[in-house]
Design a protein around this ligand. Structure first.
Ligand code: ZN
Ligand code: MN
Length: 510
């Protein structure tokens, strides 16, 4: 009888890097456009063409590695991996074989994004040992180890049309990739999807990739099998590698399906685990099934050899330190800091750290603010609405963080009323003028001078005997109406807090 089983998943993620040019030639590195419009002898694999490492390629690879807590090798080289496929122009792929640029990293997955049942002690994990040495940090994170990250080039894109003809678009041929290889540390389909999501967030944050799944910027191969305990014995099912998963949902669905399929297979016709045996599968999104592409992975000899056209090179400590500076503070630690330093809510903090541009902009605006919450509110409630409406980034709105600091401070100091604040905001967005200048121009000077406000209060009380009578009769809600009269008299300039106090004081003294 099967007592329990555990899902074991390891991922390989391929991610496009955002260098200006392709990995080893001067062709523009970008998605889309007419087929074969960004090609040259190097990325078409024409004889005699010589590759050269593009500016920023190794650096972006190192930034990615450091952001994922890897060690960066001081010695780097490229290798050739030979195989035949029509989209592989040269007949080999330039990659890194035995010496990857980055090794031994990790990503901590925040449990908060997993269903309760999947957190330690959750109902899905009854009987599963969660106490692995790297797992479960403070009960908040689960650490997924990264074995290596290497640099390699992408291949062209095959288009199979009408089931008759196949075409190849070489625009993608030779574009720069990193491949992230994890240890088999994930124990549920949800965790595998969360891994990809967290990796995407971090790599986007450090601005090495667009991480756009729909454009194939990031794709995941999931290696999955089961550990099964039956009649006191432990079994392992053969590993399936599900190729090219390009959405979080498809990772989750494919792993769920494949785990069930392996369990059924074990029950009916059990296949023994064999380290040299791996099923290569595809995921049929429409029918919700994994499809076998290759069984028994007979040993493929890739004939790896050092790439002779690119000299091995030293990655200096200085180069690595410079890359480390560009990593900066990562989203998870920013979130913790915003909560602690500014007392912002989880929701606000998630939004403010959703991109580096936004987080940097917010921090800039918060720097000289008297009330950071006011700054956060202006950004979250007002600016992001306009960002969405116009479909631009926050730094393309035509205003600077200083605008928001000034507006928030004017309100904090009681220099303007909330109604005036809205007016200043609208004017600032339209003209780009600084709030302090707008306040001066419009003559928005809140009257906090007690004697002046007292004068308005006295007048209002004298002119509205009926309301005053009502108040005396116990109708305290007339205070709001009287308050409105005071504000009107002051031309909207009275400090509302002071005015309310004085009005109440005079009414009660009657
Ligand atoms: Zn090229
Ligand atoms: Mn690869």
């Amino acid at each position: 009888m099967i007592e329990k089983y555990k899902i074991v998943i390891g991922c390989e993620i391929h991610t496009q890097l955002t260098t200006k040019t392709k990995a080893f030639c001067a062709c523009e590195n970008r998605y889309g456009g007419m087929p074969d419009t960004r090609v040259c002898p190097v990325c078409l694999g024409l004889p005699g063409a010589m590759p050269r490492i593009s500016k920023g390629y190794v650096e972006k690879g190192a930034i990615a590695g450091l952001a994922l807590n890897c060690h960066i090798s001081n010695y780097a080289k490229f290798d050739r991996k030979h195989y035949f496929y029509p989209d592989l122009a040269k007949g080999y792929q330039i990659t890194q074989y035995d010496i990857p640029l980055c090794t031994d990293g990790f990503i901590d997955l925040p449990y908060v994004h997993l269903p309760e049942s999947q957190r330690p002690g959750g109902s899905d994990y009854i009987g599963v040992d969660f106490t692995g040495k790297n797992n479960d940090i403070d009960g908040k994170f689960k650490r997924i180890r990264i074995e290596r990250i290497h640099l390699e080039e992408d291949v062209g894109k095959s288009l199979h049309l009408e089931g008759k003809h196949s075409y190849i678009d070489y625009n993608r041929s030779g574009t720069p990739l990193i491949e992230i290889v994890t240890k088999p540390d994930m124990t549920s389909p949800e965790e595998a999807a969360l891994f990809m999501q967290t990796a995407q967030e971090i790599l986007r944050f450090v601005q090495v990739t667009n991480g756009n799944l729909e454009e194939g910027n990031m794709r995941c191969d999931a290696n999955i099998n089961l550990t099964i305990w039956e009649d006191g014995k432990e079994y392992h099912t053969p590993i399936s590698e599900i190729k090219n998963l390009n959405s979080f949902r498809s990772i989750k669905d494919a792993c769920h399906y494949e785990a069930q399929r392996q369990l059924e297979e074990f029950k009916t016709n059990r296949q023994p685990f064999d380290p040299g045996f791996k099923n290569t599968m595809g995921w049929d999104d429409v029918n919700g099934k994994t499809v076998i592409q290759r069984t028994k992975n007979s040993f493929i000899d890739y004939r790896f050899t050092t790439e002779p056209d690119i000299k091995p090179f030293i990655v200096s400590d200085e180069f690595i330190e410079n890359a480390r500076k560009q990593v900066g503070e990562l989203p998870e630690s920013k979130r913790a800091r915003y909560r602690k330093e500014f007392g912002l809510s989880d929701f606000d903090v998630e939004t403010l750290t959703s991109s580096k541009t936004l987080a940097t902009w917010f921090e800039e605006a918060a720097k000289n603010a008297k009330d950071v919450k006011k700054v956060a509110n202006l950004i979250l409630a007002e600016l992001l609405a306009i960002v969405n409406e116009r479909g631009v980034a926050i730094n393309e709105l035509g205003i600077t963080p200083v605008h928001i600091t000034q507006l928030a401070n004017a309100a904090s100091d009681g220099k303007i009323t909330s109604k005036q604040s809205k007016e200043v905001f609208a004017e600032m967005m339209a003209s780009g003028k600084l709030p302090e200048d707008i306040i001066k121009e419009k003559g928005f000077v809140v009257v906090t001078d007690t004697s002046a406000i007292e004068g308005f209060v006295t007048q209002v009380i004298a002119e509205n005997p009926k309301a005053v009578e009502d108040f005396k009769g116990g109708k305290t809600n007339v205070v709001g109406w009287l308050m409105g009269q005071v504000m009107k008299k002051s031309g909207g300039k009275a400090n509302p807090k002071v005015a309310t106090e004085l009005l109440k004081k005079q009414l009660e003294a009657l």
